[in-house]
Design a protein around this ligand. Sequence first.
Ligand SMILES: Nc1ncnc2c1ncn2[C@@H]1O[C@H](COP(=O)(O)OP(=O)(O)OP(=O)(O)O)[C@@H](O)[C@H]1O
Ligand SMILES: [Mg+2]
Length: 329
Amino acid sequence: MKTIVFFNNKGGVGKTSLVYHLAWMYADMGVNVVAADLDPQANLTSMFLDEDRLEELWPDESHTDTILGFIEPILKGIGDIAYPHVEDVGDNVGLIVGDLGLSVFEDKLSDAWPRCHDGDEAAFRIISAFYRILHKATESREADLALIDVGPNLGAINRAAIIAAQHVVIPLAPDLFSLQGLKNLGPTLRRWRSEWRDRLKRNPNPDLILPGADMIPAGYILMQHDIRLDRPVKAYGKWMARIPSIYRESVTAESAAVVPTLDKDSYCLSTLKHYRSLMPMAMEARKPIFFLKPADGAIGAHMYSAQRCYTDFKELAEAIAGKCGIVLP
Ligand SMILES: Nc1ncnc2c1ncn2[C@@H]1O[C@H](COP(=O)(O)OP(=O)(O)OP(=O)(O)O)[C@@H](O)[C@H]1O
Ligand SMILES: [Mg+2]
């Protein structure tokens, strides 16, 4: 099983849209996928599921079939994770349903982190809860791949979600905020990795299934949907030109004598287009852009763009598979 998290602490760069589209694309390529919504905003869940189903999954009383339900025994201090339900959302696609209540886990995770250092088994169970849920969920569906969506911050929920991942893909926008975000994100990832590696040595229970300290950066995706047409292209060019060197300095911590330009950078997994009105059309139809049909409103040039989107995502899925060692059928 491979696990990949899509992460940038800058909000709105397109993490959730990427996880949604890539889940459908990998499934279409014959890979059995579980998408995990570990963002308390639960946007990924609302992309996959309609309101009627959400009402069933999020009743007024306790939520047994969402991520909150699976960690509830831990939150109440009465046991370990519950067996996770995986929502069947399509051929080869399962969803670990998100929950707006997940944010209550933040304090518990913050408190457990230093206690792992003291060899406290309960703390290890808390920190590894997401990983063990993913493990059980993928095992139950015999899935090959888990794609994780997280919120835009460097908090304790994200630390636990990212520790659960073997690979990290970083979506970026060509602007000052994204590059500043990258400068915080890279060192934070490295610190989390080394702190987790240090804690792993203190795990008192060898039978506990724990994630390794992987979190290997797989590369970045340049997202162009934030580009405003009323600004000169030059303004974006300046930020794009800086990405390869800032990625190396901040994320991979390598000192390259010659830094390639973005179009030749092996860390650049894709420069993804602005799909404009196709994105809201896809959300409305509750399907990825590349599966839109004329009946959904994708007529004429839209249909052509939707087909191009299929190629864009297929190439992106192949690039990520290459970096993360995913075997494509
Ligand atoms: N390639 C694209 N083309 C057009 N619109 C896009 C594209 N990618 C994302 N968007 C739009 O940009 C907005 C933000 O995207 P999304 O919610 O995926 O970002 P996010 O990084 O998950 O945000 P958050 O940080 O809040 O979790 C959404 O309205 C989405 O529809
Ligand atoms: Mg999101």
